[in-house]
Design a protein. Structure first.
Lengths: 120, 120
DNA sequence: CGCATATTCAACCAACTGGTTGACGATGCC
DNA sequence: GGCATCGTCAACCAGTTGGTTGAATATGCG
C-alpha cells in the first residue's frame, strides 16, 4: 500500500466517510458534532475520522477538550487529476456536484432521524 | 452499499486494478494479456477484472475463446465530479496525469520483471 | 476537589478482501 | 476426436475492515 492514491481512494470508498466530508464542506466541526447525525457509536466515527486523517483528507486539531475537524481538500488533487486523465471530463460542473451531494448527503440512510420503524 | 460512488471508489483503491486501467488506456486487451505483467495468478486477475466490471469501469466482451477488456471511463465521471466539487481543481492537467502514470504505472512493484532479490 | 464532557483505546466479532490451488467448461486447431 | 488454450468457479486461507462495548485519559467547571 505504498502508493499515495491508495489511502485516499479507500477512504472515499465508504459512504459514511464521504458524508462526513460533505458535512465538513460547510464548516469545521467537533468530533461529537460530526457523530451526532449518524446511527453509530462515537468510537466508530472516531475511527472513520482517523482513516480520513491518515489519508490527509482532514486534519484534527485539539483546542481545549474538543478536537476540531477541518477539511483538507488538497488531498483529493492527486486522485482527481488521475481520474480526469482517463475521461477528459469537463471541468467543475457544480450543478452536477450539487446533485451528488443531494443524492447521497447526510440525510440519506445514515442519519438517526430517518430511521423510524421500517413499515408505516 | 447502495450508493453508486461506492463500487467505483473501492475498485480504484487497489493499485493492481489501477494499473490494469492504465494498461487499458493504451488498448483493449485479452484477460491473459492483462495478467501477463503481474506476479499473481490468472484467477486473481480475473477477480480484479470482475470488480472493475461490476463498478462499470470496464466491459468484457467474449469473441471466440478470448474475452476482451475495454476501458469504460464514463464510470469515473460521477466520482470525478464529486471530488472536483471539493477542491475546485483546475481542469485536466495532463502533465500531472503523466507523472502519476509514470509513478505508479505497471512497471512499478507489481510486475514479475522487477522482482529480483530485494538487496543488490 | 469532584463531577461532567470529549475523545480515544483495547478487546472482541462478523463480514469482506485479495490471494492461492485444482477442477471445470468452452473454444480453436490438427 | 483429441489436445492445448482461455477463462471462470469453488473451496480455502490469512489479513483487513467496520462495527460493538467498556474502560481509560484529558480537559473544563462549580
Amino acid at each position: 500500500m505504498t502508493n499515495p492514491l491508495d489511502p485516499v481512494f479507500s477512504a472515499l470508498a465508504d459512504p459514511t466517510r464521504r458524508a462526513i466530508l460533505t458535512m465538513l464542506l460547510e464548516d469545521d466541526m467537533a468530533v461529537t458534532d460530526v457523530a451526532e447525525p449518524f446511527a453509530m457509536s462515537l468510537a466508530a466515527i472516531s475511527k472513520h475520522l482517523a482513516v480520513l486523517a491518515d489519508a490527509g483528507l482532514i486534519v484534527r486539531e485539539k483546542r481545549g477538550r474538543v478536537i476540531w475537524c477541518k477539511l483538507e481538500p488538497d488531498a483529493m488533487r492527486g486522485p482527481s487529476v488521475w481520474m480526469q486523465g482517463f475521461g477528459q471530463f469537463e471541468p467543475v460542473d457544480l450543478d452536477a456536484f450539487e446533485r451528488f451531494i443531494e443524492a447521497e448527503g447526510i440525510g440519506a440512510d445514515f442519519s438517526k432521524e430517518n430511521r423510524g420503524p421500517d413499515l408505516d
